[in-house]
Design a protein around this ligand. Structure first.
Ligand SMILES: Nc1nc2c(ncn2[C@@H]2O[C@H](COP(=O)(O)OP(=O)(O)OP(=O)(O)O)[C@@H](O)[C@H]2O)c(=O)[nH]1
Ligand SMILES: [Mg+2]
Length: 311
């Protein structure tokens, strides 16, 4: 079964890719062994894509942007995978169903693959197996892997650990345009795009673009690109792609692309190690922990000695 999966993946078959992702998302111990076997067999085929993060608040237009982006990319005869990670909807699948309908054309495009990531999101962030899912997409020959993430909690910062290039989408609203965005989020973005720049929004979008340029450029972020976009002007995607590819090529040329990936690997390794240690410790010491917690709760011992007794 596993050999079949490996062969299917290598020739880029979407059904096999889907099944491979399901396997690495499985929490069954027997599946985990197969998943490792699978990854080991295709690891030499990974790493060759450009990994792009699309982040922004709910409803800002991420899926709509990706639909237009995907159509453009596939028109260049490149294969594109979209992984929608939604840390906010652990139970409801509302947003994910919405994504399917908002990427209607992409969903039936033979050069595209759309997959909502499983919601075993850790600590309110990115789903646990997203990194491995990216590797599988690369093994299946996808040249671009796009990760859509709702910007809640630390997700938009965490996505930096997975992607080469991070695009933050911002939507104008009423009142003070800059009030709602955190500076840190903007600083982590490689490109900022103000969405829905059409109709009565257009003037305000351009105003916000200038405002953001002013703020960022006076914050020693001189080179940051800030663009406006509307899905009703899909031809503008060529300019946006030109910006992205130019910056990616610069990153590759000066070595940043590779060093960033190495740093991401290091972060992922230690993050996962920490989580595994915590999980193992909690599982192995459940009764002892409860026991000491009761003592701490009732005031029998203080916090420090409670922790010392445990570790
Ligand atoms: N006028 C206008 N509306 C847009 C544009 N892009 C997206 N929208 C609308 O904005 C709404 C939200 O768009 P989505 O693409 O689903 O936004 P999202 O960020 O993916 O939303 P979530 O995944 O739920 O967080 C939809 O009703 C879109 O039709 C645009 O360029 N112009
Ligand atoms: Mg969406």
């Amino acid at each position: 079964m596993i050999n079949n999966l490996i062969e299917g993946l290598k020739i880029g078959d979407r059904k096999h890719l889907s099944r491979a992702i399901t396997l690495i998302e499985s929490t069954l111990t027997s599946d985990k062994l197969l998943a490792n076997q699978l990854l080991e067999n295709v690891i030499h085929l990974t790493g060759n894509s450009i990994r792009i993060g699309i982040t922004g608040p709910p409803g800002v237009g991420k899926s709509s942007f990706i639909e237009v982006f995907g159509e453009y990319i596939t028109s260049l005869n490149k294969k594109l995978a979209v992984l929608a990670v939604d840390p906010s909807s652990k139970i409801s699948k509302g947003s994910i169903l919405g994504d399917k309908t908002r990427m209607e054309n992409l969903a039936v495009n033979p050069l595209a693959f759309i997959r909502p990531a499983a919601n075993h999101a850790q600590l309110g962030g990115i789903a646990e197996q997203t990194f491995e899912t990216i590797l599988l997409c690369e093994a299946a020959g996808y040249e671009l892997v796009v990760i859509e993430t709702v910007g809640v909690g630390q997700a938009e910062i965490e996505v930096n650990n997975l992607v080469d290039y991070n695009i933050f989408l911002h939507q104008i609203g009423s009142g003070d345009e800059l009030q709602g965005i955190k500076m840190g989020v903007l600083e982590h973005a490689d490109l900022i795009i103000i969405t829905k720049a059409d109709g009565t929004n257009l003037d305000q979008a351009i105003f916000t673009q200038n405002q953001l340029k002013y703020v960022l450029h006076s914050n020693s972020q001189k080179d940051k690109n800030i663009e406006v976009f509307s899905i009703f002007e899909p031809q503008k995607m060529a300019d946006i792609w030109a910006i992205i590819i130019k910056e990616i090529n610069l990153l590759k040329k000066d070595g940043h692309f590779d060093s960033q990936r190495l740093m991401q690997k290091e972060n992922l390794f230690y993050e996962k190690l920490k989580l595994s240690i915590i999980e193992k410790f909690l599982a192995e010491n459940r009764i002892k922990i409860e026991d000491i917690f009761v003592k701490f709760k009732t005031g029998e011992i203080n916090l420090n000695s409670a922790l010392q007794k445990l570790i």
